[in-house]
Write a protein that binds this ligand. Sequence first.
Ligand code: MLT
Length: 201
Amino acid sequence: MMEHVFQQGAQDAPVLLLLHGTGGNERDLLPLAEMIDPNASVLSVRGNISENGMPRFFKRLREGVFDEEDLQFRTKELADFLDEAAQEHQFDRSNVIAVGYSNGANIAGSLLFHYADILKGAILLHPMVPIRNINLPDMTGLPVFIGAGTNDPICSPEETKELNSILIEQGANVTLHWESSGHQLTKPEIDQARDWYDNQF
Ligand code: MLT
């Protein structure tokens, strides 16, 4: 099990899987879910890693350099948790859409990189390429929204474009949205993500 919050939404509405950034927790993105889809169920998870007291979803060796062994272990742990949580909270496992910011976007990306059909869609806010040189699953038709900042010092525009290309190569249906911002979340990108979500689901 992972520390989490579950909020039941309307019948048949999607389940938003909320994944916070480094130093965040399972309450951080609840307002974001409310902005994206107030009818959705919410499964908001706390990362199992503590980096000097800051929760994360996987270990890193240093800023921007991931511990790939731990990333893969934690990705499987989260995938297994989704199955368990669907049982416990009686939600439709095939109706889960990830909303991740920063480190949370990276573990969401890693779910997509490791498992076919793991998510119905994903909103990746300020993501990086989670891992390179692995065989990727088919992602045909998978709806993905990427929110990025042209001045993001952590997720460089080059890396954002690389992630975009990789996802498209696997068949995902990617919408890439830029703001002239840094690593922080901005209201305009959340509005764009909501409009995209309204059109997709
Ligand atoms: C990561 O470690 O996942 C990225 O550098 C983003 C972050 O700082 O959380």
